[in-house]
Design a protein around this ligand. Structure first.
Ligand code: FAD
Length: 353
């Protein structure tokens, strides 16, 4: 870890198995490993992670459904990836000016949703953390060492969600600090899930499961008429087991955790979710946050915000905003306790694994 005064820092151990497979592995653990004969199963790679779409009784439309899913995912990647120089977000990040820049309606919708969650969470969710994400080595480029406290202070001046001004006319966006850079990794996968789901709805499907990088949306029921069953994984960086099985119909679920994608230096471990208020990786006892919401995009962003807020502020937000949230909290003795918000309890009879 960098010595705050000198900025000296040591080599880093990097662990980058993202949390995205947490829910995927858990789903495999819960759902039958063999695809159901009465359902169409599509899967593949997207946005540095994987996707999976399951549709009971849709085998005959496989080609049309596959094309619609691919088109939606490729659209989000082309607009919102910070891993592609030609994406709209990369173009916005290179636009070092306070002049307005025209953007697509899709990107404007995601930025507007992000600003809403930033406002509701007191800035715990903040897409302008881009420069900090890169400095801590969780962006497209690896870094050899954590940033010094002085570097973090400097970068903090170039972040802050209120420095991004949206204009629905056009639509356009303006930066009050030209060097502002955005990172949509904590919301755009959820948006991709919603976009795929809307494509399937337009094609007349009302029963499906869509999963992109751990963000999930379940509509209707499985082929046998039972609810979809999604596992929330036990937060254990050394292994994979299911903590809770959630039975879902007609809702989305997102989980954010800091025990899969982390870095270590001088015996200290820090995860890929940053606290925009400090410029540093979260340092609280919440190791996994799960949110249920009709929108996978909102669930995605809120799960990240709850991880940043930690137990006390996270529980207060979940109750104030009436969120359906499950927080897994690690004790000093490495025991695991959970907090289920009233709305989560009302919506979810969960099953122990
Ligand atoms: P979450 O836990 O949901 O969010 C954490 C991520 O959000 C962090 O990694 C950081 O980027 C950002 N973040 C951290 N703190 C905050 C905060 N407080 N508020 C807001 N955001 C925060 N990865 C690749 O390796 N290769 C690719 O080609 C690639 N392409 C991508 C294209 C798109 C369109 C997107 C959205 C992501 C892409 N990624 C790619 C990144 C990858 O898919 C995941 O987004 C990343 O690994 C984090 O996933 P997660 O679910 O663990 O993140």
């Amino acid at each position: 870890m960098a010595d705050s005064g000198t900025g000296r820092s040591r080599a880093l151990l990097v662990h980058r198995a993202a949390t995205v497979s947490v829910v995927l592995a858990a789903m495999c653990a819960c759902a039958s490993r063999e695809p159901s004969p009465q359902a169409l199963e599509l899967s593949g790679a997207t946005m540095g992670t994987s996707y999976r779409v399951t549709l009971p009784g849709a085998q005959r439309d496989a080609a049309a459904i596959g094309a619609a899913v691919r088109q939606a995912l490729d659209r989000v990647d082309a607009l919102m990836s910070t891993y592609r120089a030609d994406s709209e977000v990369s173009r916005l990040n290179r636009h070092e000016s306070s002049e307005p820049l025209s953007i697509s309606a899709e990107t404007h919708a995601v930025l507007a949703a992000a600003q809403e969650v930033s406002s509701a969470t007191g800035g715990a969710f903040d897409i302008t953390v881009g420069p900090l994400v890169d400095a801590w080595g969780f962006g497209p480029r690896e870094t050899s060492a954590p940033p010094s406290a002085e570097t973090v202070r400097g970068l903090m001046e170039r972040t802050g969600w209120q420095k991004l001004i949206l204009d629905a006319r056009g639509p356009a966006v303006r930066k009050t600090v030209p060097q502002l850079r955005i990172d949509l990794s904590a919301i755009a996968k959820g948006y991709a899930v919603d976009l795929v789901a809307e494509s399937l709805e337009r094609m007349g499907y009302r029963r499906y499961l869509v999963e992109v990088g751990g963000e999930v949306r379940a509509a209707g029921t499985r082929a046998d008429g039972s609810p979809w069953r999604i596992g929330v994984e036990r937060p254990d960086s050394a292994g994979r087991s299911v903590h809770r099985i959630l039975r879902l119909s007609d809702t989305a679920v997102a989980t954010s955790g800091n025990y899969r994608n982390f870095r270590e230096a001088d015996g200290q471990r820090f995860g890929h979710v940053l606290d925009p208020r400090t410029g540093r990786p979260t340092a609280n006892r919440v190791v996994s946050a799960t949110v249920l919401d009709p929108s996978a995009m909102r669930a995605d962003a809120l799960a990240t915000a709850l991880l940043v807020l930690g137990e006390t502020e996270g529980i207060a937000l979940a109750e104030r905003e009436n969120l359906a949230a499950l927080l897994l909290v690690e004790g000093a003795d490495e025991s695991l306790s959970e907090f289920k918000s009233p709305k989560f309890r009302a919506k979810m009879e969960d099953e122990s694994p």
